[in-house]
Design a protein around this ligand. Structure first.
Ligand code: AMP
Ligand code: MG
Length: 479
């Protein structure tokens, strides 16, 4: 069976992977198939649907696939590992979708590879369904993201802190190239392969810049811009990635590696949900700084290609780091202006936004529903929350809104501020039920997440913050 796959990674990037056959499972069972995505990819074929469980678990490898495990390096929590790689993933190949975009199809949880380093190469059901839900939530919020095409139960039990049902997902990504991919060749001093990787990446993700005079610089700048866009979007939604290691920092500018990520409930810049992030390195408010840090590591990896004179190369990196920060900060503020219905720009806007966020932090206000409530009540001249501090903020906000039509402001705000997000307690509830073989709560939540700006009848509880007895919340890497 063929899927119309091409294999440009396998053909052009020798030295960056090991050919690897997924081992397959005796009785895979399809749990979820993402039909809109299947259509987008042009894979909505009865034969694909019929064999979905086998195809999307690595049990049936399409004949046009050159399956492989990718190598990469990376800084994990600040420490460098020259050799990481797909320890439980296999790239099947690439599909050119209906819009002409080349996208990777990758299995995750399909078994050990030469890069497994003692891990079992498998994945448990909960984290697989979690990645499915969060990826779809982000996609429908219009955030660049990898997505899950299918989740398949393997019939196996995987050993974690307790025995859990095993599962495999198929991930669709613009590519799986990461900062850590570049670091792999730099760490080995293989500049020729590094150069080839740079031109491959530029050609694939930024073809308009592919004949740039200085390809390494063009790539560095393009990634700085797309990551700035991405992180500004996370920051506007209260999304915490949780493990922004350089091997989880994509060169395409997509959100990738949904492990310990989460949306925060009460607004608090210091929020950390990941059980392994003891120092708060990847806390909510640190994300733009970590983005810059990761860009510095990318610059370091490209240094020998940027300019033969090291001082000049360093100057290029420094300029690009400022480009990253300036772009992020500008887009973040623009995004916050939109969230508050402000038109144009005024000097005090930053202050107005920070005053609101400080108040939300001090009063432990729910991030998502506060913005939504402001939108619902933009038309009202009465403050939507109690207290003098809020009243005075509200007055300043109303003054800033000026003569704008308030119905119009409210409508605009509600098209930007979601009412439904993948709230931690709802995600956990859906996963708990899935462990009892009941996928109904997963499907209901998934359905609500496909339309995050509108609450349909019967969905009211999806708009509510977590009950007071939920938490403190912890997420796990799912390994
Ligand atoms: P992550 O934190 O998910 O980005 O994973 C970091 C590294 O650990 C990657 O190289 C993964 O492929 C590898 N890894 C994670 N879980 C497993 C597992 N169960 N078996 C083998 N390798 C794994
Ligand atoms: Mg990873």
């Amino acid at each position: 069976m063929q899927l119309g796959l091409s294999n440009t990674f396998a053909e052009q990037l020798e030295g960056l992977y090991v050919p690897w056959q997924p081992e397959g499972f005796p009785s895979p069972r399809l749990l979820q198939l993402n039909r809109p995505l299947l259509e987008e990819l042009g894979l909505d074929d009865p034969a694909v649907e019929e064999h979905a469980a086998e195809l999307f678990s690595g049990t049936l490898v399409p004949s046009d696939s050159v399956p492989l495990a990718q190598a990469y390096a990376g800084h994990q929590f600040g420490g460098f590992s020259p050799q990481l790689g797909d320890g439980r993933a296999v790239l099947l190949g690439e599909v050119v979708d209906r819009l002409g975009r080349r996208r990777d199809l990758q299995l995750k949880g399909s078994g050990p590879t030469p890069f497994s380093r003692g891990g079992d190469g498998k994945a448990a059901l909960g984290p697989i369904l979690r990645e499915y839900l969060l990826g779809e939530a982000m996609h429908h919020l219009d955030v660049p993201t990898t997505r899950v095409l299918a989740a398949v139960s393997t019939g196996e039990t995987v050993r974690r802190s307790r025995p859990l049902p095993g599962a495999v997902l198929t991930r669709v990504a613009a590519s799986h190239l990461r900062v850590g991919t570049l670091q792999f060749f730099t760490a080995r001093g293989d500049l020729e392969k590094l150069e080839r990787l740079v031109s491959y990446t530029l050609e694939r993700h930024h073809p308009e810049r592919s004949d740039a005079e200085n390809p390494a610089q063009a790539l560095l700048e393009a990634v700085a811009e797309s990551q700035a866009v991405l992180i500004a979007r996370w920051m506007g939604l209260g999304f915490i990635h949780g493990v922004m290691n350089t091997d989880n920092f994509s060169l395409s500018g997509e959100t990738i590696d949904y492990g310990p990520c989460s949306f925060m409930d009460a607004h608090d810049p210091a929020t950390v949900h990941s059980s392994i992030d003891h120092g708060g390195r990847y806390a909510f408010d640190n994300q733009p700084k970590i983005g810059r840090w990761n860009m510095a590591r990318m610059g370091e990896a490209l240094l020998p290609l940027l300019d033969p004179k090291e001082a000049k190369a360093i100057a290029i990196v420094e300029r690009t780091l400022d480009l990253f920060t300036d772009t992020h900060d500008r887009l973040w503020l623009d995004g916050m202006r939109d969230k508050l219905g402000l038109d144009g720009t005024q000097a005090d806007d930053h202050r107005l936004v920070s005053d609101l966020l400080d108040w939300m932090t001090d009063e432990e206000k729910d991030h998502t529903s506060t913005f939504r409530r402001l939108g619902d009540e933009a038309a009202s001249s009465d403050p939507s929350f109690e207290g003098e501090r809020f009243a005075s903020w509200h007055a300043a906000w109303q003054e800033r809104l000026g003569s704008q039509d308030r119905q119009d402001v409210a409508a605009r705000m509600n098209r930007i501020n979601p009412v439904v997000i993948a709230r931690n307690h709802l995600v956990e509830e859906a996963l708990d039920a899935a462990h009892e073989r009941d996928l109904a709560p997963f499907e209901t939540l998934h359905d609500a997440l496909t339309n995050p700006f509108e609450l349909r009848p019967g969905q009211e509880r999806f708009a509510e913050p977590a009950p007071p007895d939920f938490g403190p919340y912890q997420t796990f890497c799912g390994t």
